[in-house]
Design a protein around this ligand. Structure first.
Ligand SMILES: [Zn+2]
Length: 908
């Protein structure tokens, strides 16, 4: 029995390591112990304040990146001088590399038997920076023995020069962590201010191994590979089980005990000794990582160099300055781009990126924008105009610590896009920070917002591909939602016009959405700038998030990275353009009813928006119908506000009409293509099935019933009294369907029209609304005017020579048939043929309905059909533009009855 210095005692919290009170702690047989670490303990050994400071600095700057972190340095020896047939150290290293280390890691073997394990060679390699170093061989408190390769001493460890590329070191060796009696070699690695290790796992006393290939089956040789097994197991897990060095140590110690079932039986003492003697030097929360951003992304140092160089090479255009200093003492850079000769009293647009440190692509997107703007100044006249007249502010890396740590949060674990004052809510957001603007990053960004006349903010994120506008914290609509939608559409159009597409995410109607309608979050940058800050005009700062990449947080190939940058350059440029748009009046939407009847009074509702940056008064809004101005209204609109303008319109005749609402352009308005919206107004054409529409509409009768004069007149002969009776029948049904019959009138044709003998035309003496004309063209001038003319009426009357009868007589023409007077029985009291037809007279803007027969009984039958159109006794429904029917006096009473009428033809 011997003493072991162990930190497992501090990690194993349950039971009693001195159960029997004999002052011997951790006895397998006498004390009650389980040996499983309940917390993970690391030991930071410093003898002086300077040493402590050195170690803490190294922890602060520890930032494993794949270029060097994903490299393993394996130092293997032959500790049993080939007894057992294999060099145990080298055998174990190969076992580890073959079984646990991923293929994408660089594996360097320095082996005693290979001859390349020498002190200078080991020192050289360690100076290059390795994520993981593993030594297996004899050792003492101050030395790693490389066998025939020499002795690597504490002084070598203390003089390594690997800088911030500090390694996690595991030493399967005796005594190298013997911190009690000496400043051991493990401590020297940790204390080295110029490099060395970030953590050291080693033994506090002599470590035992099995010989030969059995080395991996138990004792220190087994525990050695279990550290590696634990490391790569943790690397494969989600971030909840990151590869913290404390966890690597604790998991291996735990696994070893499960494999080896330690109890108080005999040789288990060696197993117990093995897990007790291996301890961890260093901060157990130091995290080893491999999920790292590819080298072709701009890291913090590269960004700093790039910006400072830009500042130097373009002194009149670019100003680069720090907004603040982060917890890890990095400067948060802001870039101001403007023609400094033209002063600073200009509108500003602010673009921010990388609030979330893991969203690496966003830095590139912002940097590409800076690049293109500067590169095209005085080359592209439009960019020149923007830079001359506007201030472009870019913060390409709001969260440099997070970017370097490759984590969403800043170095203090705060989600910067939850740390802004507006709607700051730590009960909803666990990473909101201790107070609004508690973080140097958010505080710094707000100093920029407060220093310039910012009109627009674009905050670039990744992890999805879409656009979002406030509010983030509530699903209640923002007051300027219409302007937001218009601006989103505008930014998308600018992107898509360069050959890119902005597809709505699955389940979305558009590429954009209100933030909280996606998911609510509190204390965001866009809610702060929109909710708490205004432009010099008093309008809110219009603020957007663009999420630029959704397949992870950044593309993993360089070409994909450039694609995203090129795509979102256009969106940023468009917002920059907008910064100079003082006037931009826009008609957002026009709403009209789907079903419109001729002469119906309808409302045309339009939404007019001011998406210019200036408040406006007396914007003229016009309503145009088929290009003709119908009416104008005037509205005043502050910047980013909208209003509804309603026009009343009397619907024109049936058919499609172009309706335009136009917000008359301001002088100097930048975009006028959005000042109008065109709509097609579909006005129904009436057919007989609509009767008594349009002669009465919405309860208001609006028509004139015309019968022929009783004596010959114009081109016509004398009308019959039957026509007058028919007119009464029709007016009764129209009156029956109307509550207001003020405009229901009746005239003789000679009251309202006259005949021009010279030109042979009927002309009106007065204006009339819709007309019902009773009687054929032989007795009624109005019927003659329209229904004896095929260019007005598809079914028309004419007088023609009938070869069957050998005489000239009236005939009803349909597109396919002729119905002759002669073919009616020679005694017209017994039968007749009649027509009901509706036509729209385009140039007069009214409908004319005719009820007429070849003889008077046909007219009477037509009027009876109209009167009884809604009766169950109707022999057939009124349909189409015209019907041709036959009446036969089947009961011989010389009266017209419904059941004596049959349909001959329906037209239209
Ligand atoms: Zn984000």
């Amino acid at each position: 029995e011997s003493d072991i210095d162990t930190d497992l005692y501090y990690a194993d919290l349950d039971y009693n390591w001195n159960e029997d009170n004999d002052d011997k702690w951790g006895e397998l047989d006498d004390d009650q112990i389980d040996g499983i670490p309940d917390v993970f303990v690391g030991r930071i050994t410093a003898s002086t304040l300077t040493e402590a400071e050195n170690i803490l600095n190294k922890i602060k700057w520890y930032n494993p990146k794949n270029q060097w972190a994903m490299k393993c340095l394996m130092l293997g020896t032959d500790p049993a001088w080939d007894i057992g047939g294999v060099p145990e150290g080298e055998y174990t290293k190969n076992y580890i590399l073959n079984n646990f280390v991923w293929d994408n890691f660089t594996k360097v073997r320095l082996f005693e038997t290979a001859g390349n394990l020498t002190v200078p060679n080991a020192k050289y390699h360690i100076d290059q920076g390795y994520g993981l170093i593993n030594f297996f061989g004899h050792g003492n408190y101050n030395v790693w023995s490389f066998g025939s390769g020499g002795d690597y001493y504490s002084s070598d460890a203390a003089s390594q020069q690997n800088g911030n590329k500090t390694s996690i070191i595991i030493a399967c060796s005796c005594l190298t962590a013997n911190f009690v009696n000496y400043d051991c070699i493990g401590e020297e690695f940790l204390r080295n201010p110029n490099g060395g290790g970030i953590s050291y796992i080693g033994s506090t006393r002599s470590a035992w191994i099995y010989r030969g290939s059995a080395v991996v089956n138990g004792l220190a040789g087994q525990l050695d590979w279990m550290f590696w097994n634990a490391t790569f197991y943790l690397l494969s897990q989600d971030s909840s089980e990151d590869a913290y060095t404390g966890l690597i140590w604790g998991l291996a110690i735990t696994n070893y005990q499960y494999y080896n079932d330690i109890d108080d039986e005999g040789s288990d003492d060696l197993d117990w000794k093995t897990v007790a003697e291996f301890i961890l030097f260093g901060d157990p929360t130091v995290k080893f990582r491999t999920r790292v951003i590819p080298d072709f992304y701009t890291d913090y140092d590269e960004l700093t160099d790039y910006l400072l160089n830009l500042n130097q090479t373009h002194p009149d255009l670019v100003e680069v300055f720090p907004l603040n200093v982060t917890w890890m003492e990095r400067k948060i850079w802001a870039v101001r781009i403007t023609n400094e000769q033209t002063g600073f009293d200009k509108p500003a647009v602010l673009i921010t990126a990388c609030h979330h440190g893991n969203e690496a692509i966003t830095v590139e997107v912002a940097k590409t924008f800076i690049d293109n703007l500067i590169g095209n100044y005085s080359v592209d006249p439009e960019i020149t105009t923007i830079i001359d007249n506007e201030i472009i502010l870019v913060v390409p890396m709001v969260n440099p610590d997070g970017r370097e740590l490759e984590q969403r949060y800043n170095a203090r674990g705060v989600d910067l896009n939850r740390n802004y004052p507006y709607s700051w809510n730590p009960s909803q957001e666990p990473h909101a920070g201790s107070a609004p603007l508690s973080e140097p990053e958010t505080y710094g960004v707000m100093t920029l917002v407060n220093s310039y006349d910012v009109y627009y903010v674009l905050d670039i994120h990744s992890g999805a591909e879409c656009m979002v506008y406030p509010w983030d914290y509530t699903t209640e609509d923002p007051p300027n939602e219409i302007a937001y939608i218009c601006l989103c559409e505008d930014l998308i159009n600018a992107t898509e016009s360069h050959g890119y597409t902005c597809e709505p995410p699955p389940g979305w109607d558009h590429f954009y959405k209100q933030g909280a309608d996606w998911y609510p979050c509190w204390g965001t940058f866009i809610d702060e700038t929109y909710g708490n800050h205004v432009t010099p005009e008093g309008a809110p700062i219009m603020s957007f998030v663009i999420e630029v990449y959704g397949d992870g947080y950044y593309p993993t190939t360089e070409s994909d990275m450039h694609y995203v940058c090129d795509k979102y350059y256009w969106m940023q440029l468009q917002l920059a353009r907008r910064g100079t748009y003082r006037y931009d009046r826009m008609v957002y939407d026009v709403q009209i009813p789907d079903q419109v009847s001729p002469q119906e009074t309808i409302n045309v509702n339009s939404t007019v928006v001011n998406i210019g940056t200036k408040n406006e008064v007396n914007i003229e809004v016009q309503l145009l119908l088929n290009g003709e101005l119908i009416s104008s209204k005037y509205v005043s609109l502050n910047s980013m506000e909208n209003t509804t303008v309603t026009f009343e319109l009397t619907a024109p005749e049936g058919g499609s009409h172009n309706l335009t609402v136009y917000a008359v352009a301001a002088s100097g308005e930048n975009v006028t293509s959005n000042n109008y919206v065109n709509k097609t107004l579909e006005v129904a054409s009436y057919t007989l099935s609509d009767f008594p529409k349009p002669f009465t509409l919405n309860g208001i009768a609006n028509c004139t019933i015309i019968v022929g004069c009783k004596s010959p007149h114009g081109p016509c002969g004398a009308a019959h009294t039957l026509d007058t009776v028919g007119g009464i029948r029709v007016s009764s049904i129209i009156g029956n369907y109307s509550t207001d019959i003020t405009n229901l009138t009746a005239y003789l044709d000679t009251d309202v029209a006259d005949y021009d003998d010279v030109n042979c035309v009927v002309y009106y003496l007065m204006w009339l609304p819709h007309i019902v004309t009773v009687g054929g063209p032989g007795v009624n001038m109005i019927t003659w005017k329209y229904f004896a003319n095929p260019w007005y009426a598809p079914v028309y009357f004419s007088r023609e020579y009938n070869p069957d009868s050998g005489q000239e007589e009236w005939v009803i023409n349909t597109p396919n048939n002729k119905y002759w007077e002669y073919n009616v029985t020679s005694t017209p009291e017994l039968d007749d043929i009649g027509v009901i037809e509706i036509v729209y007279i385009q140039e007069e803007g009214r409908y004319v309905l005719m009820a007429a027969g070849l003889g008077g009984y046909g007219t009477k039958a037509a009027c009876l059909l109209l009167q009884m159109f809604d009766s169950p006794d109707m022999p057939f429904p009124l349909q189409g533009i015209a019907i041709v029917f036959k009446w036969v006096d089947t009961n011989g009473d010389c009266k017209v009855q419904l059941n004596e009428i049959t349909l001959l033809e329906q037209v239209g």
